[in-house]
Design a protein around this ligand. Structure first.
Ligand SMILES: [Fe+2]
Length: 250
């Protein structure tokens, strides 16, 4: 029996935490976040003062891209994670950090999973990329080196990706969108931008709990979808040559 969001169990503090985080991010995001995110927020109808209802989000998302939220208790194993993505189900927790943890939490909570990830799931090319990168990963789910390079790809796009729109570099990664600190850093003069390149991403380990030393910048979501054949070919090359990749985390 799949878990459900038990909406009536949220406390006044839970709604207040959503409201504080939502309002803080939305005061500075609109000029520095991808247009697709702003359009997505309208599709899923986020409210500033109340935790979103997953049932309404799912109805809205299914109508535009066929995606929905799949409730999970917290972090899940790689195989289940990519299987859900392959089924167009985005794994999300339902719990929210406490007021005393507004700045930092160790595991992604619902503010990250929902506020950060869900609006982009209204973008068709992004959705195609997410589904097919999961299909490629599942083919090699028992090969830790392939799972590692695909985790790097996921990290540098879905979590920390940036996009050039009308000459300006904006964020689309959920790790950026949901982070009060890094969402400012990634558009500051200190941020380093490099072009999106699958081969380079496969060779770049990732570090948690620190701002990124560089951001991979796409020119469109179609560019992500168009890179899928190259991703597939490179993954086959890694697999056939039995390339051993050091894990960013084990
Ligand atoms: Fe995430």
């Amino acid at each position: 029996m799949p878990m459900k969001q038990e909406y009536d169990k949220y406390t006044a503090e839970d709604h207040e935490v959503w409201s504080i985080l939502y309002n803080e991010q939305m005061t500075h995001l609109p000029t520095i976040v991808t247009d697709a995110y702003l359009r997505g927020i309208k599709v899923v109808e986020f409210q500033p003062d109340a935790i979103p209802r997953f049932s309404l989000i799912n109805e809205a998302l299914r109508a535009v891209t066929g995606w929905s939220i799949y409730v999970v208790p917290g972090l899940i194993d790689n195989k289940s994670f990519f299987e859900h993505l392959s089924n167009k189900e985005f794994p999300s927790s339902t719990w929210l950090r406490k007021k005393s943890q507004l700045k930092y939490i160790e595991e992604p909570d619902m503010f990250h999973d929902v506020f950060g990830h869900i609006p982009l799931l209204s973008e068709p090319f992004f959705c195609k990329f997410l589904k097919e990168l999961s299909d490629i990963t599942l083919k090699h789910i028992d090969n830790p080196s392939i799972v590692e390079i695909m985790a790097r790809l996921y990290w540098y796009t879905v979590e920390f990706g940036m996009i050039r729109e009308e000459g300006q570099v904006k964020m689309y990664g959920a790790g950026l969108i949901s982070s009060p600190g890094e969402s400012k850093f990634c558009v500051s003069d200190e941020a380093v931008y490099v072009p999106y390149d699958v081969k380079t991403i496969f060779e770049t380990p990732y570090i948690k709990d620190k701002y990124q030393t560089k951001y991979f910048v796409i020119n469109s979501y179609k560019e992500l979808a168009d890179s899928l054949p190259q991703i597939g070919e490179l993954v086959e090359w890694y697999a056939q040559n039995e390339v051993v990749v050091e894990l960013s985390y084990s």
